[in-house]
Design a binder for this molecule. Structure first.
Ligand SMILES: [Zn+2]
Ligand SMILES: [Zn+2]
Length: 333
């Protein structure tokens, strides 16, 4: 099969990834072998390729928004999925099931968790494997390309929305408007939340307006009203004080990314007092995935997909880094 591997983590303006041929992986006991039909390009793939995240598996194949078809079922993985089923492979692929975090339903915080496209090979390839217990059933009514961005951008955005604790009918500010934000905004709108978008880039602003944002302005501009909650999708620590200052009393800022540049010093009175708070968002639980995919089945989300052939993943990552498109890039084998 053909597959990409991160051979020399570094700026995507160079060549951190190599494209080559290799054997189709064997599903281990409990795993499924999946023929990849579409794989989304997530900002985390950029962080893995550029070395912002430490190397967990040398020469890893990135990609954790995989929509595919079950091609083979490993020993003891039968029962849940059969050959030919459409299935999703997402970021979370292992937790211990025994630690305090796992036992209280916070498996996203399991210290033994493992991730697709970081600890194990992912979907920038023609085939990928996944533990059957972590494979996801997908909603009907979407194309393979539309489903792919739901599997990380959608799920993580959903968890960020939950962490941001927006009151019903409240006001949400979204900083940065890419693949995850454009899905999260739609979920918020289904809850009657007013959404203000702060982003750069003409295409992203047009997309935000088209989807129903109450206002759209530059990343450092103040929204037209105080925010009950905000989500920072842009991996830019400089925006933390900007967003904190835009919060209403008691408001919460959720930082959605796995990587963030340094946060400048905060001024207690200006940014935090009046019970404003900041929280991070760390991966997701399987129940987050199931809940978000249930919402996607109930409310037809509009997904802005930019397809690239699988063999142009390097270009897709460069375009993502350069903010060349709005919405989400998807690789097609
Ligand atoms: Zn655990
Ligand atoms: Zn992701």
């Amino acid at each position: 099969m053909a597959a990409w591997r991160v051979v020399a983590p570094g700026p995507v303006s160079g060549s951190p990834l190599a494209w080559g041929r290799e054997a189709i992986p064997e599903p281990a006991p409990g795993e499924l072998l999946v023929k990849v039909l579409a794989c989304g390009v997530c900002r985390t793939d950029l962080h893995v390729s550029e070395g912002d995240l430490p190397v967990h598996r040398p020469r890893v194949t990135p990609g954790h928004e995989v929509v595919g078809e079950v091609a083979a079922v490993g020993d003891s993985a039968a029962g849940s999925f059969a050959v030919g089923d459409r299935v999703g492979i997402a970021w979370l692929r292992h937790t211990c099931g025994r630690c305090a975090a796992c036992l209280r339903g916070a498996e996203n915080l399991c210290r033994q968790s493992r991730y697709t496209g970081w600890d194990a090979d992912g979907g920038y390839a023609e085939f990928a494997t996944v533990p059957a217990d972590y494979a996801l059933r997908l909603p009907d009514g979407y194309t393979d390309n539309e489903l792919a961005p739901l599997l990380c951008a959608g799920i993580i955005g959903y968890r960020a929305l939950e962490r941001a604790a927006v009151p019903d009918g409240g006001v949400l500010g979204i900083y940065g408007f890419g693949g995850s934000a454009h899905l999260t905004a739609q979920v918020a709108l289904t809850r009657g939340i007013r959404v203000h978008v702060m982003t750069r880039g003409k295409q992203a602003r047009e997309l935000a307006e088209h989807l129903g944002a109450a206002s759209v302005q530059g990343v450092r501009d103040a929204p037209p009203e105080p925010l009950d909650s905000a989500i920072l999708f842009a991996p830019v620590g400089d925006l933390v004080p900007v967003a904190m200052e835009a919060l209403a009393d008691g408001g919460t800022l959720a930082v959605a990314g796995i990587h963030l540049t340094d946060i400048p010093p905060l001024d207690y009175q200006r940014h935090l007092f009046r019970e404003r708070q900041i929280c991070s968002v760390t991966a997701n639980t399987r129940s987050d995935s199931v809940e978000f995919l249930r919402i996607a089945a109930e409310h037809r989300l509009s997904i802005d997909v930019h397809p690239y052939p699988l063999d142009r993943a390097d270009r897709a990552l460069r375009d993502l880094a350069g903010g060349k498109f709005s919405g989400a890039a998807v690789l097609e084998p």
